[in-house]
Design a protein around this ligand. Sequence first.
Ligand code: IVH
Length: 682
Amino acid sequence: MNDLPKQTSPNHDIVSQMRQLITVLKQHNHAYYVLDNPTISDSEYDDIRKRLIALEEQYPQLRQPDSPTDSVGDKPLPAFMQIKHDIAMLSLGNVFSYDELIAFMRRINDRLDQSHQNPEYEMELKLDGLAVSLKYVHGKFSQALTRGDGRVGEDITLNIKTIRNLPLFLPKCTNIDLLEIRGEVLMPKAGFARLNKQAIERGEKTFANPRNAAAGSLRQLNPAIAAARPLAFFGYSVNQGLPSDITSQSGALAYLRELGFETTPVQTARSAKDIQAYYDDVARTRSDLPFEIDGMVIKVNSLALQEDLGFLSREPRWATAYKFAAESAVTRLMAVEWQVGRTGQLTPVGKLEPVSVGGVTVSNVTLHNFGEIGRLGLMVGDMVSIHRAGDVIPKVGGVMVDLRPSDAQSIELPTSCPVCESPVVLPEGEALARCTGGLFCAAQAKEALIHFVSRRAMDIDGLGKQWLISFHDMGLIKTVADIYRLPTHQQTLVTLEGLGEKSVQNMFAAIEKSKATTLPRFIFALGIRGVGESTAMNLATAFGDLPQLQQASIDKLLSVPDVGEITAHNIYDFFRAVHNIEVINALITLGVHWQPFTAQTDLPLDGQTWVVTGTLSAMGRDEAKAHLQALGAKVSGSVSAKTAVVLAGEKAGSKLDKANSLGVTVLDESAFLALLHEHQRT
Ligand code: IVH
């Protein structure tokens, strides 16, 4: 009769081995799904599980009823069966503000008699997943239904069985004929991120959010697929079979936890003020939770009072959801305007049909750059989803192409700057379009002015930044050429508070002095993108004077040391913007001048190898390197006996030590700056 293998150890040894494996598996399930902090790898987990399965196969009669291996075969289901709920699954009403909360609480007071006014409320998190109803018969899990239409749900028993944190056997409930527990199935954020990462790696479609991922997982006809999805169950109510000594919602949740279910944290309060304080707390810390919530649920705590209050047609009177303002919304893109930033970049701004997102009305949204418009496939007239979380600026999450109207219009990059009408360029392979009118464009004026007067450019130190900006704001200075026209405003200037006759004279003297400059300084002062001091020096060396530089072809520009594709185009485009040329001509007419630049043919550092180490205060290491190269030096990364000089900034380390031990010449920053000055590099 008994065909079991002969047991070599007493039954209780096998049982205790099984119990041990079950405990370990449950701990890891908790760590993985609830804490989102797995402490072992998936394969290690599988190994433990396999060991338990092996024992269960060998000793089926000792199999523990709560074994987590009690999951499903991988036979696909034909379809989900429709089953009627014993008790309808209703939804919840909503409140969105403190005033609405007070109105909800007032409605409750109005229905309660005098002795039950201001009842205690119990608060839970509103988990953002899917509602399910679970049945346990004599403590054994027997059925799971979706909410469906509230009256009839779908039988997803096999999929639910694969959820790792769900107890399948409740040893304390074997005497309860039928226990019905309701709660939420959700996918923790970390599991969601992993799932989407895997999908991307496999070139599959990703899920938009954890809730969709959870829903998609439960709808799998093949439970083996659902089993591989990181789902978790959180109980929030006991709808049948609750022991009669439990008389409150918080008591019911404590009971669920005792049975081994996960629940949301619970808090109780009586006043609207305290409820609001808890809500504010939850709203502030929600991003720290391992799963997503969309608000808080407030329930009258006493089950007897819940019964007295009863239901409206589709929702209980005794509970409501205090929801967070939606952080995304759908609206129409009405137009696109282009804004010009202070460095000339053109940013498209979407004009929206105003919509409330996260409690704030949004009518403009940055589209970042022209490349982003292409990436989104966006057209004017499209319906777009707008996202915003916390204080984060709103952004377009996606375009509903299916809803595109027939008169939708494509979005073109403007050919001329909306501020100064200079040509707009979009360098190949770049997302950012730019206005080329750097010297003329009002949007870029402040940047251009500050750069122009700076010490390493035209060096007008008597004209401080504050005054420069004030003069610009007063309309006295529009372009850099107007700096040299300031003396015509002498009468106005001397009357300004803080500017006396004397300081105006000093200012004019500094302006006058700056007229005699050098070609490299002047080129640098123009503020062409990508043209720093050393590139300006290299351009001056290569072209000798401004007209030659102005007329240079892209190829010619590319032959200059330090000038790459992008900078070559920036220089070329800069000198093709008519307004820039007008400003340059005005500067020359107003007296700015320089000597033609003759480069030294015998470079002073020819044949020397330098090493730059430590931190320099006046410039970055790359800039120092560019200066050294322009003076003929080779710059190397390591110190050897062949090193001619080590330039050591602050906190120089092992390279300096090595230089000292090899007896290599060491220069500090001030000596280096003196050297640059001597060779007209500063
Ligand atoms: S209690 C009579 N508690 O919210 C309905 N629901 O909008 C009692 N939900 O369908 C529901 N977290 O899916 C309750 N702590 C919680 C909840 C919660 C999320 C969901 C549930 C329900 C929906 C109603």
